[in-house]
Design a protein around this ligand. Structure first.
Ligand code: NAP
Length: 314
């Protein structure tokens, strides 16, 4: 399709939400264009084995799963460009999307599925021991907890996510140490009580991760630093589960769409935003579940609603 043509839909993002939307939109013969970004495949390309995506009894590597989704979207007829949306504006009832080099694409609808990125601790070793470079640093207990069965691990953070991750891991791991930078916990009382009730959960309050230690491939421990007196100590652990919040990738929508106070897109149960024709799916909208399978489900809903919206416009 030529660059000047008015498209039916542009899907922004190429994780499970965006690619599922692309598969549905392509099968509806709507000729979707996916702006796949510079790292196609989203967060799953940074995990190792995925064991909880239905259909893969023996698990599948995250990058392999995403390659398969990209291939499927292409086979169904979706067009993919390795570009990011730099600006999105309303153009009457339609949308104008600016990509690299100032090129402007026009579309009747947008499905926004750019995901969210875990907030990093910024500790030395954090990048080195993340897949695919190394192993031991992760941001999702449900995804990766199983690889740390009967091992000692830490969970970093004092919010509900950290409590939830720690409780989940306490069923699998030998010992879970919660590392939090303050004495007070941001998490709800009920979650804290539940975590406190687990015998194999330890607490290291007023501590931050000063450095993640390892053998060059795998994590072997962490050095913690007191936020009160600066003293350091080492813990021998095998896994670091960071749960210090996520940052939705929605900067480009500021001023166009209603976002909540943390930048997540507000959308209803049909994935509709407050802007007619603009739909949101996956982690850029969902702060609660953040699973590949829930993101894919939202991508499907967004595409079906987009199709219905287009039919109503004609
Ligand atoms: P959050 O509530 O923002 O908590 C983030 C935690 O990480 C805080 O304890 C914060 O410390 C700490 N933190 C932030 N930056 C840090 C840094 N650079 N170094 C060390 N620690 C840092 O995030 P969340 O736990 O992901 O929860 C997000 C939202 O989802 C919340 O509204 C939560 O209630 C909700 N949620 C609910 C459930 C549930 O109900 N089951 C489960 C998960 C999430 P400080 O406290 O010192 O700022």
């Amino acid at each position: 399709m030529s660059d000047n043509a008015l498209r039916n839909t542009i899907i922004i993002g190429s994780g499970p939400a965006g690619l599922t939307a692309a598969i549905y939109a392509a099968r509806a013969r709507l000729e979707p264009l996916v702006l796949a970004g510079t790292t196609p495949g989203g967060q799953l390309t940074k995990t190792s084995e995925v064991e909880n995506f239905p259909g893969f009894a023996e698990g599948i590597l995250g990058p392999k799963l995403m390659d398969a989704m990209i291939e499927q979207a292409k086979c169904c007829g979706a067009e993919l460009e390795w570009e990011s949306a730099e600006k999105i504006e309303r153009d009457g009832k339609n949308f104008a999307v600016t990509i690299g080099g100032g090129k402007v694409l026009k579309s009747r609808t947008i499905i926004f599925a750019t995901g969210a990125a875990p907030r990093f601790m910024q500790a030395p070793g954090e990048l080195e021991y993340q897949p695919p470079k190394g192993s031991g640093v992760t941001y999702c207990a449900v995804c990766d907890g199983n690889f740390y069965r009967n091992m000692p691990v830490i969970v970093v953070g004092g919010g509900d996510s950290a409590m939830e991750e720690a409780i989940y891991l306490s069923n699998l791991c030998k010992e879970v140490t919660i590392v939090h930078r303050r004495e007070g916990l941001r998490a709800s009382k009920v979650m804290v009580e539940r975590a406190r009730g687990r015998k194999n959960i330890r607490w290291e309050l007023n501590q931050v991760v000063d450095e993640i230690l390892g053998d060059g491939k795998k994590v072997t421990g962490v050095r913690l630093k007191s936020t009160q007196d600066g003293k350091t100590k080492k813990l021998e652990i095998k896994g670091v589960f960071s749960a210090i919040g996520h940052i939705p990738t929605t900067g480009v929508l500021k001023g166009l769409v209603d976002l909540d106070e943390d930048g997540y897109i507000k959308a209803d149960e049909r994935q509709c935003t407050n802007v007619p024709g603009l739909f949101a799916a996956g982690d850029c909208h969902d702060r609660r579940y953040r699973q590949a399978v829930t993101a894919a489900g939202m991508g499907c809903k967004a595409a079906l609603e987009m199709e219905r919206y287009l039919a109503e416009q004609h």
